[in-house]
Design a protein. Structure first.
Length: 306
């Protein structure tokens, strides 16, 4: 009897140690599968939509206070729901009825309130200005601070939509300007209000740029690696694994826009995402070089997992 009790005790200890890891691995595989399936469905839906801008009514008074805002809700009801199976749509006052949680955990473990407006997601999405280093070019951009809307898909995902009805394509600018090009940013929860409600696990982001011929970006894992010149960037990313690549402009833009949800994990963004005096709304792909040069200086490469 003593030997049996000892054996059961050992089995119990081993199970207690290994079971959480096994459960975690199963959850990770499930979330990865769900994430890829959702991205595929959203990408197909966006392709089938007409221009993504112009939905809803936006009105503000002389003090720039919003007096009417149906933009995000109309985008879902009159646009997205025509090409994507949606079970439930919730306005900005009732997003919890679509399974949206009040608080979420960022990638680095900080707990924040779920953003409920475009400005709350990223202040620069509403108003920003920039100028070229030589002072000969200046431009500004502003948008009304739209409220969010939410919906539940037929597959059980809860999704909150941050919509910019004034989004546009390239404006003839010299370098890539992020903010005006974002049409809609989706923050999804794969299992509704069930836990862990954490970015990178059951919660993630899909960003959509340009009103026509749209670019749909799934915000994936990013790692910083190496230290060298521009020409070494590709090799530096591949050294992390075959699935790692240099991000393109839209992929980097998705990270910048959703910086609040990532919670400044990559702190170099705020100090090095500029060149020649240009602010960090503009970005060179790959290595961040001194004054935008692809030959001078050295820096770490930001690599994404695809």
């Amino acid at each position: 009897m003593a030997e049996i009790l000892l054996s059961l005790t050992i089995i119990g200890v081993v199970a207690a140690i290994t079971l959480p890891a096994l459960t975690g691995n199963i959850n990770e595989r499930t979330w990865n599968t769900q994430r890829k399936a959702l991205y595929a469905r959203m990408s197909q839906a966006i392709v089938l939509m007409p221009a993504l801008n112009g939905y809803g009514t936006l009105t503000e008074d002389e003090n720039h206070s919003v007096t009417a805002d149906t933009a995000a809700e109309t985008f879902i009801t009159e646009g997205l729901s025509k090409v994507l199976k949606i079970n439930n749509i919730c306005d900005s006052e009732h997003i919890e009825d679509c399974g949206i949680v009040a608080k979420l955990t960022t990638i680095n473990g900080s707990i924040i309130d779920t953003p409920t407006t475009l400005k709350d997601l990223n202040v620069n999405l509403v108003s920003v200005s920039w100028a070229y280093a030589n002072g000969t070019f200046a431009q500004s951009y502003s948008a009304i601070n739209t409220k969010v809307a939410a919906f539940e898909t037929a597959n059980g995902e809860s999704i909150i939509a941050y919509y910019n009805p004034k989004c546009q394509s390239y404006m003839g600018e010299f370098e890539y300007i992020i903010w005006p090009k974002l049409c809609v940013n989706f923050v999804y929860d794969l299992n509704g209000n069930k836990g862990p409600n954490t970015m990178g696990k059951d919660i993630g982001v899909i960003s959509v740029f340009y009103p026509v011929d749209s670019s749909v970006v799934l915000l994936q894992e990013m790692k910083t690696n190496g230290n060298g010149t521009w020409s070494q960037a590709v090799e530096s990313c591949r050294n992390l694994g075959d699935e790692y690549r240099l991000p393109n402009n839209d992929e980097l833009a998705a990270y910048i826009i959703n910086k609040k949800l990532i919670r400044n994990v990559y702190t170099s963004w705020s100090s090095t995402m500029y060149s020649g005096g240009r602010p960090y709304y503009m970005w060179d792909i790959g290595f961040l070089q001194t004054f935008g040069s692809k030959t001078a200086g050295s820096a770490s490469a930001n690599c994404i997992k695809r």
